[in-house]
Ligand binder design. Structure first.
Ligand code: AHR
Length: 501
């Protein structure tokens, strides 16, 4: 089997916003407590943050982390997490039916973000609360001083404002599970008024309005049309969320699901365009895909935890998906889709970062370790920044229930804005056959292979764990550039990253 094509330097898709490779930390399960924060851990720093986790986050080079939720934010009082720790109240978290100790709040998270070399993306509570809480939180976080909330921050030990740029106007407000769920009309009005108040404080912040929680929502995509009708000129991004699963155990259909993702993005990009025309607006609104990941391995375990208990545990093991090799391929395909749609998707958050559907896992008191999906995320984050290029590749394809032509080879291409290397991210979804790749590199000058990484040859259900991480990248070989063409074999069921310098 052969896949023949071209990547041409004149055919750019878009500059990639580095925030496409963001992530997410929610007060959920063990993401915060015994995830990023564990004061008794041997590697804990002076703030109680696990240095081993910080090191892994730094290795991933995560540009932005969304916080504090998620469903959690819709019944959260951010003021509970400020001031002396011993005075902070324990609250019942209605989203996940747990106890929240509030030992980590905005100060601790901001310090962690700095140590982890990442920016904060903050969400305000538009579920149980609203505009007033949002403006107070913004003033606390971003105002230099001389006002009630900013002086309280200074009193609490932080002199300088954090100047957070990116703010989410609530979370998944279309979902019946959300505390304070709203209709699109109700939410559109609240989001508009909240955006107005927040912009009255600072015009330069960027605002994300809630889109659909999933393309399966009954209100999709009318939700986006209504919400944008209210907010188009007041916001910068509309959020989309999507999770992927393989309950059916159908690898071919599972690995084709980025066709659905593509359709989702395309549909909302169209809603954005129509709204822009309707409003006669000059500004653009983009997509913040601020929750995406594989999420299904832990469904059964979570059901047992959530249904079988009568108490309100603190930081129980929730959403602890253990990822396998098949998920490496899936995450690789999803990231390829985002790179190819970098013209409209500007922000992306892998949900989540630590312990909760996460690439990084921790053992309380023990090691932090890399899940299988850590690696495609690592490679995209480190080498997928710059300019995204169109690829025209004629690959053999297959059909599924929802897509007629799914190319076996899923490929994206990025020219780095730092070292100029051209990087191809390649997934071969064929389950038995290698595919011979032959891509003409037009306008990129003389290139040779400078890095070749491959994840292949594992059982689809192979996983990593705290003791052993067998699913990890190896050095690839056999791909070469000959007379301006990249040629070589791509193994069946493989993830490959090839850099040409
Ligand atoms: O990421 C886990 C949960 O998924 C988030 O809290 C919520 O926004 C979504 O439903």
């Amino acid at each position: 089997m052969r896949a023949v094509g071209t990547v041409h330097r004149d055919y750019k898709i878009s500059t990639i916003d580095p925030r496409l490779y963001g992530s997410f930390v929610e007060h959920l399960g063990r993401a915060v407590y015994s995830g990023i924060y564990e004061p008794d851990h041997p590697t804990a720093d002076e703030n109680g943050m696990r240095q081993d986790v910080i090191d892994l986050v730094r290795e991933l080079d995560v540009p932005v982390v969304r916080y504090p939720g998620g469903n959690f934010v819709s019944a959260y009082n951010w003021e509970d997490g400020i001031g002396p720790k011993e005075d902070r109240p324990v609250r019942l978290d209605l989203a996940w039916h747990t106890s929240e100790s509030n030992q980590v709040g905005i100060h601790e998270f901001a310090d962690w973000a700095k140590a982890a070399n990442t920016e904060m993306m903050l969400a305000v509570n538009l579920g149980s609360r609203g505009l007033d809480e949002a403006r107070a939180f913004l003033e606390y976080v971003n105002h230099p001083g001389g006002s009630y909330w900013s002086d309280l921050r200074r009193k609490n030990g932080r002199e300088e404002p954090w100047n957070v740029k990116l703010w989410c106007l609530g979370n998944e407000m279309d979902g019946p599970w959300q505390i304070g769920q709203k209709t699109a009309e109700e939410y559109g009005r609240v989001a508009f008024e909240t955006a107005k108040a927040m912009r009255a404080f600072d015009k330069s912040i960027e605002l994300v309005v809630c889109g659909s929680s999933s393309p399966k929502m009954p209100t999709y995509p009318a939700w986006e049309a209504t919400v944008l009708d209210y907010t188009y000129d007041s916001v910068d991004y509309i959020s989309l969320h999507m999770y992927f699963e393989n309950h059916a155990g159908d690898t071919a259909a599972y690995l084709a699901q980025n066709a659905r993702l593509d359709d989702y993005i395309e549909t909302i990009a169209s809603v954005i365009k129509v709204t822009k025309a309707k409003k006669r607006s000059k500004k653009d609104v983009y997509i913040s895909f601020d929750e995406w990941n594989v999420w299904y391995h832990s469904n059964e375990a979570d059901r047992k935890v959530l249904e079988g208990r009568d108490g309100w545990p603190h930081a129980p093991e929730l959403l602890e998906d253990i990822y396998n090799f098949e998920d490496v391929l899936q995450v690789g395909c999803i990231l390829n889709t985002f790179i190819r749609r970098a013209d409209v998707v500007k922000v992306g958050c892998l949900a989540q970062l630590v312990n909760v559907i996460a690439p990084i896992m921790t053992v309380p008191g023990g090691p932090a370790w890399r899940q299988t999906t850590y690696y495609p995320y690592l490679f995209a984050s480190r080498y997928g920044r710059g300019t995204s290029y169109q690829l025209s590749i004629d690959s053999p394809s297959y059909a599924t229930d929802f897509a007629e032509k799914v190319p076996y080879l899923d490929v994206s291409a990025v020219e780095s804005d730092t070292d100029g290397a051209l990087t191809l991210f390649i997934v071969n979804r064929h389950q038995t056959d290698a595919i011979t790749l032959d891509v003409a590199l037009e306008g990129f000058g003389d290139r040779k292979v400078i890095m070749d990484k491959v994840i292949a040859g594992h059982e689809l259900k192979a996983v990593n764990g705290p003791e052993k991480q067998p699913v990890a990248p190896a050095d690839g070989s056999g791909l070469t550039v000959e007379e301006g063409r990249l040629k070589g074999e791509i193994a069946p069921l493989s993830y490959r990253m090839i850099r040409l310098g």
